[in-house]
Design a protein around this ligand. Sequence first.
Ligand code: NAD
Ligand code: GLY
Length: 370
Amino acid sequence: MSQVSSCSVDILNVSLGERSYPIHVGPGMLESRDHLLSYLAGRQVMIVTNETIAPHYLSVLKQTLAGGDLDVRELILPDGEATKTLASVERIWDALLAAGFNRRCTLIALGGGVIGDMTGYAAASYQRGVAFIQIPTTLLAQVDSSVGGKTGVNHPRGKNMIGAFWQPRAVIVDTDTLATLPARELSAGLAEVIKYGLIWDADFLAWLEREMSALRALDGDAIAHAIRRSCEIKAEVVAEDETEQGVRALLNLGHTFGHAIEAHQGYGNWLHGEAVAAGMMMATRLSAERGWLTEAEVERVERILEAAALPVAAPANMSVADFLERMRLDKKNHDSRLRLILLESLGRACIRDDTDPSQLEWLIESFPRR
Ligand code: NAD
Ligand code: GLY
């Protein structure tokens, strides 16, 4: 990845009463000392990152925080979805205790969704809750995981099964960090961007169709707009339904199928965004079977996912039973009723618990494999 040119800084807001916080989006944000300092709870700061991201961005962040009376420590974890475990969170707790950090410490998550989710959960649980700041460095984290306060880890039986809602004090998106992101990871982030168009904003979806080449080439203006619009939608949904009692579930389009794929394939083999893309295609196909989408609309969804270099087929080694076993554990389910996010039209999603089991089985059985 190379481009990502300069443009102005935007500030969005997640409105949650006294837990409201800003999302800053712009180039060069890692060097913006004033922004960072204003969100610290006290002098003690623990930066949590991983061994892939640290060589690129840890020293610049430490430089930004240097020169005052802050006690800045760092913890560099191994990389990968397979490390999103309670054992890694325990390493964060250990580092905080070893540093003698108290309730006025601040954790900074410098990384993608894995680092952000684990650091957030460590912050939620350390001494019953301390401050944290999200500095997301993948597109996926910049448009989705850093916003909204879902934190946690995976369990071998299911994705994100252990966790807590815990909001950050601020989300600071430095768009320049995308310059080092591998193309496959950029595509994974585009899956969540496309999701916002599909569930919420048909005009945004059409814009994404037009601008996909620019986005994949990291055109600065296009990337900034995609992040800004995605964060606006997420902030609006989270402000309405912080703990997913209703509308927030729509953000899970494709995730019930996608989480089953991730867990079955072994965490990290399919990227989260890739599994969500295949899952969104399955949800789209099911929506068409229910009579809500035309064949032309299904093809439109397939085309935009393919244009983003995302999978539109499921793993060859997954049977109907493999899917259903994992999907039964989904957090959206009520009692034993499977609840799925479907599309009433492109740009408008709904949550339904009335899918005919035989139609679902047929959908999974007949869905293309790769
Ligand atoms: P990730 O955190 O694993 O990052 C992807 C890869 O990119 C990693 O190898 C990472 O080290 C590397 N990387 C990160 N930034 C980089 C940079 N700037 N340059 C080079 N390499 C970089 O994956 P992700 O896609 O960011 O996040 C996926 C995770 O987010 C999943 O665990 C998913 O469950 C979670 N998630 C959480 C929420 C939420 O609301 N909390 C929402 C969506 C996804
Ligand atoms: N990524 C789904 C949510 O934050 O609710």
